[in-house]
Ligand binder design. Structure first.
Ligand code: SF4
Ligand code: SF4
Length: 399
């Protein structure tokens, strides 16, 4: 089946989401580039607003770059207890939705584990009532318990992280039995959809390609089909090196007088791993399988890396894939669990304002946001950008 046929079949399952995605693609590839040329850093309203609902999580995945409770002070992934309890009220989020609903952006909810934000379903129901499209990225452990409410909420897109076959998934996620729980959760969603006679939410399996599952990623094609997923999406792990992280930290100090340390947990160890050649060979063999074998499930990979580019991805951090310019900060915005608004998802050191103090749109084109855009444009990329997910916005490829 051709990539186009697969895209069309997927679009028909949720036309509203597909239309919004098409609008966002246009926004990313045309409007963003026009805004990029402006000399004042101003941008049209964002196509996607991403809310990180909570820093808390019920898992401790090996490849996760986020701070997690239980790490000792001074450890790269340490954060004070208060960090895991940060929370914006659902009323405040509703105010933001009221402010932005006019242009109907896509709302992307994540965490930590987003279902640990107790009012998540109330928020989704409200966003859907205001005709926004809503996506969630979850580790899937709450699906079984919440299946009926999820389907009833009108959620558009349910993105569930799976890393490989049961034993690999459980090992990466750090907890035995998680694959089974996710599987049961997906079954429960299917059953509720069937009872209600609806096609949404569409179910997307997301595999994060990391050194912990290099040799198993192709197995996710069969797993996704068996679980009845509508599509399969792969992200590579985002990382940085010590040298690059320090260069970024120094630059941020000089430009903005901020202490940009969010890169610390993202420092990769695969480059120093004596087994790395064997591991790279493993992932190359998996990528070859994608190239050789067709599949009737839509598969995307971001960024798209060919088998012979794997070493470069990990060992030459200044090599870019797909895009050498970040347009994301002209089209996407991130709200953190304490209400801070930042242009950057995984490296949120630079804060442009807080929704508890200002309106979202005042922040979006406020002095700090515009200054970030202009400084970024001057340099094309900051050191941390080369392995950040948002650099690959325009390099999501159907395979
Ligand atoms: S589920 Fe997500 S946020 Fe939680 S530890 Fe795993 S990767 Fe990190
Ligand atoms: S590529 Fe750079 S500027 Fe763009 S979102 Fe990522 S860290 Fe921020």
């Amino acid at each position: 089946m051709s990539a186009l046929t697969k895209m069309v079949k997927l679009a028909l399952k949720n036309p509203r989401l597909a239309t919004n995605k098409a609008k966002i693609t246009f926004r990313n590839s045309v409007t963003a580039k026009k805004d990029y040329c402006r000399e004042d850093g101003w941008a049209h309203p964002p196509g996607t607003i991403s809310i990180k609902l909570t820093n808390a999580c019920n898992l401790r995945c090996k490849m996760c770059g986020q701070p997690r409770e239980g790490n000792p002070e001074g450890h790269a992934k340490w954060a004070p207890t208060a960090f895991f309890h940060e929370k914006v009220t659902v009323e405040k989020y509703k105010q933001v939705i009221d402010e932005i609903k006019g242009w109907r952006p896509n709302l992307y909810l994540w965490g930590g584990e987003p279902f640990m934000y107790k009012e998540i379903l109330e928020l989704i129901r409200y966003a859907k009532k205001q005709k926004l499209t809503v996506q969630i990225n979850t580790n899937g452990l709450y699906l079984k318990k919440k299946a009926k409410e999820i389907v009833d909420s009108g959620l558009d897109d349910l993105i569930i992280s799976i890393d490989g076959p049961p034993e690999v998934h459980d090992e990466v996620r750090g907890l035995a039995g998680t694959f089974k729980l996710v599987e049961k959760g997906i079954q429960a969603i299917h059953e509720e959809k069937k009872k209600k006679g609806v096609k949404t939410p569409i179910i997307r399996v997301r595999g994060t390609i990391s050194p912990y599952n290099f040799e198993y990623i192709y197995s996710l094609v069969e797993i996704s089909k068996r679980l009845g997923a509508d599509s399969l999406n792969f992200n590579w792990t985002w990382f940085t090196t010590k040298q690059t992280g320090q260069a970024h930290q120094n630059l941020m100090k000089r430009l903005f007088d901020i202490d940009a340390v969010s890169w610390l947990p993202y420092e990769t160890d695969v480059i120093l791993d004596p087994e790395k050649r064997k591991k790279f060979e493993g992932i190359k063999q998996e990528l070859i399988k994608f190239e050789k074998n067709g599949s009737d499930i839509p598969i995307t990979m971001s960024p798209y890396i060919k088998p012979d580019q794997v070493d470069t991805y990990y060992e030459n951090i200044t090599e870019t894939f797909g895009s050498d310019t970040c347009y994301s900060v002209w089209v996407k915005s991130y709200i953190l669990p304490n209400g801070d608004v930042t242009p950057c998802p995984d490296f949120p050191d630079y804060i442009c304002g807080n929704i508890n103090e200002e309106s979202f749109m005042d922040i979006w084109n406020g002095e700090r946001y515009r200054r970030w855009r202009l400084e970024l444009k001057k340099r094309k990329l900051f050191p941390i950008c080369y392995r950040c997910c948002d650099l690959f916005l325009s390099n999501v490829k159907f395979i």
